[in-house]
Design a protein around this ligand. Structure first.
Ligand code: RB5
Length: 143
């Protein structure tokens, strides 16, 4: 199950991502927002982070205008690794190396065609499982 969240700046792109997930028959849960009305991105970052940490969803996709505020918020949660990506190379690398569990994007940064390819790459790339990457991920969790 994929958790989706956005603010008003990411709403339109989220609708495009939903179309892609439906075409691919990938189950998702939408944690809002539900319109273009101005709202606060931390609300949705927190909902999606909780959905992952509670085991309700395996991965998440968060979108705000830039992807920055929403990813900063999600990364405050221990166990969340949110990667802000605007290209497929980064989306692949963050799965292979960081085992990222949230993809963040900027609805005012990437167009829908590229965003769908980034999502496709993110969802279809497994974690490498390599020892050095596991070690570095563990190191993220300590002061
Ligand atoms: C909202 O205008 C905008 O600040 C938000 O979507 C995001 O870009 C914040 O990082």
């Amino acid at each position: 199950m994929i958790a989706l969240g956005c603010d008003h700046g990411g709403y339109e792109l989220k609708q495009e991502i939903k179309k892609y997930l439906e075409e691919k028959e990938i189950p998702y849960k939408d944690y809002g927002c539900d319109s273009l009305q101005s709202t606060d991105y931390p609300i949705y970052a927190k909902r999606v982070a909780h959905a992952i940490l509670d085991g309700e969803c395996e991965k998440g996709i968060l979108i705000c205008g830039t992807g920055i505020g929403i990813s900063i918020t999600a990364n405050k949660f221990k166990g969340i690794r949110a990667a802000l990506c605007s290209d497929c190379f980064s989306a692949e690398a963050t799965r292979l190396h960081n085992d990222a569990n949230i993809l963040a994007m900027g609805g005012r940064v990437v167009g829908p065609g590229l965003a769908v390819k980034i999502v496709d790459t993110f969802l279809n790339t497994p974690f490498s499982g390599e020892e050095r990457h596991k070690r570095r991920i563990e190191q993220m969790e300590t002061d």
